[in-house]
Design a protein around this ligand. Structure first.
Ligand code: CMP
Length: 140
């Protein structure tokens, strides 16, 4: 059965590698159900990352996520949540280069903070993030 996941190209990569990353998404067989460019507000970034609140990098993370427009997407595919995580690769691009050199983070991420892309960690988070990004707050 088809599954949906929430995916985001972060501002650092949206500026410089958007087309290449979109190409990788399509080549991997995902359907892009929804896509929009949007600069996240601090409130949105804090909401997306509320599980990381209080961590030493939280403030840097919010700054990085609000530095410019992101590409916000809903991706559909069988096993989409896990497959998108595989395609992204590990959080830290140095690790990604070792264990998953073909991954998006291995190829396009600067460092563990500005790591090019985001994806939901499980289907429940995916549904919440999709509703948040494309639901009631979608004022377009
Ligand atoms: P992401 O997969 O979007 O989810 C949480 C984000 O926090 C992660 O990517 C990184 O951008 C950031 N992050 C996680 N761990 C660290 C860390 N140790 N140092 C800096 N940033 C981190």
């Amino acid at each position: 059965p088809e599954e949906k996941t929430f995916a985001l190209i972060k501002p650092d990569a949206a500026k410089t590698h958007k087309e290449e990353i979109m190409k990788r998404v399509k080549q991997a067989g995902f359907s892009i159900s929804k896509v929009k460019e949007q600069a996240l507000t601090r409130e949105m970034a804090a909401q997306f990352y509320k599980d990381h609140e209080g961590k030493p990098f939280f403030e840097d993370l919010v700054n990085c996520m609000t530095a410019g427009p992101s590409v916000v997407m809903v991706l559909s595919k069988e096993n989409a949540v896990e497959e998108w995580r595989q395609l992204m690769g590990p959080t830290d691009p140095e690790e990604a280069k070792k264990v998953s050199p073909e991954s998006i983070r291995a190829q396009f991420a600067h460092d563990i903070l500005s790591n090019a892309v985001h994806g939901s960690s499980n289907p429940e988070h995916a549904m919440k993030s999709i509703a948040f990004a494309f639901g009631e707050l979608d004022a377009d």
